[in-house]
Ligand binder design. Structure first.
Ligand code: AMP
Length: 484
């Protein structure tokens, strides 16, 4: 495995990497840095956690300093498009950190915050602009920015950009860019739509593929607890009593679900914060900062908000609800296996989610280990009784037919109607439950059983020669990312 210095990087950048605690380049960095430095277009199939941001940021910075030029007012030299605000902030932070010793400017623009300050920043001209597509177009439409001087375009997480409906915005933006330019496209997956984008936008690209979904998933200890939907919050509060769950990312399918989990954990005395699309940008930033610096041990997130979460030392990822898109499962659990570390992921699976579980196992080709639910939960008392506390075990699971993320799963009902609906639903599903119940009972009430040791231990870290941290709160890269 080469060193960073073998890849053609100059002294100021090598110094920044050493400050960040990176000792060796990751596979995507080894493969992508030399061709990007030589000016080639590149199509990288890599998911977050592989070190892909540095793979494009480092050679871009090198090329910018090699051809010093003041950006003209209201222009940028490099445009990085990101699907989410969090990812955009993260990328900009990385550019600033890697380029700390270089006379270059970086700005980030995204929606949900006032546009005025962003306009002011752009007025002077910027070397590296990181943007989400919608706000970028707002700035272009109000004549605060032109793209006529862009030399390098990066499309990061292109598959997610399409998933989120940015395809028209993307096409509009690309039409405004000059040719020739260097174009770099990164995507976790390569569906046909992305292959077509790559064909349209890239010129004879170098193709780099690292860590396909299954490989990342294999590095993570994965377990599943079969539990009715209405017992999940109690189960979560119970297992979080274990201090081995040091820094935990919990995924829910909906924003309201995330808020409900936070309220329930609060009632159980467990500090947590939620991050999702209904939160304002300052709220999201506060939640992330609190999670990074350890004030909140638990961060509850939806998929979209989680895309840009880059926090080291996540000890456990809990899939409170299974995603209906199996690739999302891989993205989620990848949060506990950053840059070569191992991690632990636990899925809570209700009867209704079994088909999602099957799809996930098909994709990752690694079956999730069934874990018995903690005995104390099976025996009785919920750890916390909040206003929204679950009904007794045996009550029918809530219907969860929605396949769209971020959508509340059922309309609000008056308490009396809720109870009636629950009873009716219980009758309807009792036959199905009877079939599934055998397995659940085995999992939930075996006397003396609790979470197996492998789920409670510290995730093994540092088994990658390039990994820089201990996986703990004070890992250098956690400070490095969090400080900006
Ligand atoms: P990314 O895939 O860009 O989201 O990066 C994932 C994480 O890996 C981030 O926390 C980076 O700071 C970290 N990272 C990137 N490159 C390296 C490296 N060569 N050695 C150790 N950590 C790295």
């Amino acid at each position: 495995m080469p060193d960073f210095s073998d890849l053609g990087l100059s002294q100021p950048i090598l110094a920044a990497l050493s400050t960040a605690g990176y000792s060796k380049p990751t596979p995507i960095q080894c493969q992508a840095i030399p061709p990007i430095l030589s000016g080639r277009d590149l199509c990288g199939i890599a998911q977050t956690g592989t070190g892909k941001t540095a793979a494009f940021a480092l050679p871009i910075l090198e090329r910018l300093v090699a051809a010093p030029r003041r950006p003209a007012p209201q222009t940028c030299r490099v445009l990085v498009l990101s699907p989410t605000r969090e990812l955009a902030s993260q990328i900009a932070d990385n550019f600033r950190a890697y380029g700390a010793g270089l006379p270059l400017t970086t700005a980030v623009v995204f929606g949900g915050v006032p546009i005025g300050r962003q306009r002011q920043q752009l007025a002077r001209g910027i070397d590296v602009l990181v943007a989400t597509p919608g706000r970028l177009l707002d700035l272009i439409d109000t004549k605060s920015l032109t793209l006529s001087s862009v030399q390098v375009l990066v499309l990061d997480e292109a598959d997610r950009m399409l998933d989120l409906g940015f395809v028209h915005a993307l096409r509009r933006i690309v039409k405004l860019l000059p040719r020739p330019r260097q174009t770099l496209l990164f995507s976790a997956t390569m569906p046909r739509a992305i292959a077509l984008l790559a064909e349209d936008y890239l010129d004879d690209p170098v193709k780099v593929v690292v860590a396909p979904a299954a490989t990342t998933a294999e590095r993570i200890d994965q377990g599943v607890i079969f539990v009715p939907s209405e017992r999940k919050r109690d189960l979560l509060a119970t297992i979080l009593q274990d201090p081995a769950f040091e820094r935990v990312l919990v995924f829910t399918r909906t924003k309201h679900g995330a808020d409900r989990v936070v309220r329930h954990l609060d009632a159980a005395g467990i500090g947590s914060a939620a991050i999702h699309g209904n939160k304002s940008q300052p709220q999201r930033e506060r939640a992330l900062a609190g999670f990074r610096d350890g004030q909140a041990r638990v961060l509850v997130a939806t998929d979209i908000a989680a895309r840009g979460i880059d926090v080291d030392g996540v000890s456990h990822v809990i899939n409170f609800e299974l995603p209906n898109v199996p690739e999302d499962y891989v993205h989620r659990i990848g949060r506990t296996a950053r840059a070569g570390a191992d991690g632990i992921a636990i899925a809570f699976c209700s009867d209704e989610e079994r088909s999602f579980l099957r799809d996930i196992q098909k994709l990752t080709r690694s079956p999730l280990r069934p874990i018995p639910a903690p005995t104390m939960l099976a025996r009785s008392a919920p750890a916390a009784q909040s206003a929204e506390s679950a009904p007794a075990q045996g009550t029918a699971p809530q219907p969860s037919t929605s396949r769209r993320p971020e959508t509340p799963r059922r309309p609000k009902q008056a308490p009396a109607r809720q109870a009636a609906a629950r009873q009716a639903s219980a009758r309807q599903t009792s036959a199905r439950q009877a079939a599934a119940g055998t397995e659940r009972r085995r999992n939930e009430s075996t006397p003396g059983e609790s979470l197996p040791a492998f789920l409670r231990r510290q995730p093994a870290n540092g088994n990658n020669p390039g990994h820089r941290g201990t996986g703990r709160r004070d890992a250098p890269a956690a400070r490095f990312n969090g400080a900006r």
